[in-house]
Write a protein that binds this ligand. Structure first.
Ligand code: UDP
Ligand code: MG
Length: 317
């Protein structure tokens, strides 16, 4: 039997964390009893610099639950980095790792199916939501647009899959070789070229607490996902520039023709429209290129992605 590590990133989750701790512990105990996973399997709560009681709760429960471990990051580095910190930490202390959000929106009951598929030889098993009825219409619409856009831009990603997935030891090792700072894990795992499969579940409402992904953060995450994985937007701006240039050649010929024939009139409207439109296109283009240059700048600094303050777990490690 193989050892499972469940990684749970937590940021200001004091309202829900205790429920999560209890439910995951129950699940682990039953999986161990069923002899699906080894007795030293565990769950590790990664505290992403919370400024509420989250870490205290984790610490207080360390003695209570046998399979509970904790990793305390020194500051808030974001969901993706917290998840990566957890994966790096467990990579040589488990055979497979499952990442799941602290709010229990993802159905922990499909974890058993994930493990079955792991034993059948899959390296990565994606949790896919086949029912989003608990999400608002707006969230559903924006999420769908995002997945479609990613597909259009040629980024391989799994439709309706967030960060609920099982990765095996090999995938964990491969992921360690990715040095990027702009993390978009769900895009990265599809690049590993390993055997994968999906399990399906319906996403529930948050058990308690509020979403840590307000609209602004969600949009910026989506934008990061796109610009970290595709340079197609730049190509598209280039194409747009070429099309507008060709169009303006036609306009110039037309203007000259009108001038020669004495039909030229003071074209205030067309002039204003072109100036505004073209300035807009130019600023958009420059901004987009700037965005990529900014990313290059951040990557070249090679700053650490997280710092570990302390951790709760096997004392000998
Ligand atoms: N999270 C985190 N760091 C952050 C923001 C969020 O570790 O800076 C965690 C959060 O505690 C949760 C998961 O990431 O476990 C997903 O966040 P949330 O449920 O708020 O996002 P939503 O499901 O609303 O998209
Ligand atoms: Mg959530």
């Amino acid at each position: 039997m193989d050892t499972l590590a469940i990684i749970v990133p937590c940021y200001n989750e004091q309202e829900v964390i205790l429920t999560t701790i209890k439910q995951i512990d129950q699940l682990l105990t039953s999986l161990i009893k069923k002899e699906k996973i080894a007795n030293d399997s565990y769950v590790i709560y990664v505290n992403d610099g919370s400024n509420d009681d989250t870490w205290n709760i984790i610490e207080n429960n360390y003695k209570v639950y046998q399979h509970l471990q904790g990793l305390n990051l020194a500051s808030n580095v974001g969901h993706q980095n917290a998840l990566l910190a957890g994966m790096h930490h467990v990579s040589d202390k488990c055979d497979m790792a499952i990442s799941i959000d602290a709010d229990l929106q993802d159905d922990i009951n499909v974890i058993e199916q994930m493990i079955d598929k792991y034993y059948q030889g899959c390296n990565i098993i994606y949790g896919v939501r086949d029912d989003r009825s608990s999400d608002t219409v707006f969230k559903r619409f924006t999420a769908q647009t995002f997945y479609k856009l990613m597909q259009f831009l040629g980024v391989k990603s799994i439709y309706n899959h967030a960060d609920f997935r099982l990765v095996d030891k090999r995938a964990l090792k491969f992921l360690k070789e990715y040095p990027e700072r702009n993390l978009f894990l769900r895009g990265m795992v599809t690049l590993l070229g390993l055997n994968s499969d999906c399990v399906y579940y319906s996403r529930k409402e948050r058990e308690a607490g509020e979403s840590k992904y307000p609209l602004k953060k969600m949009l910026s995450f989506a934008f990061d996902g796109i610009t970290s994985f595709s340079i197609k937007p730049i190509t598209m701006i280039l194409l747009l520039g070429i099309i507008i240039m060709l169009f303006s050649i036609i306009a110039i010929i037309y203007t000259l023709f009108s001038y020669i024939n004495g039909h030229s009139v003071a074209g205030w409207a067309s002039l204003m429209i072109s100036i505004w439109f073209l300035s807009g296109v130019q600023l958009f283009g420059i901004g987009l290129v700037g965005e990529y240059i900014g990313k290059v700048y951040l990557e070249t600094k090679r700053r650490p992605r997280y710092h570990i303050e302390d951790w709760l777990g096997e004392k000998d490690a």
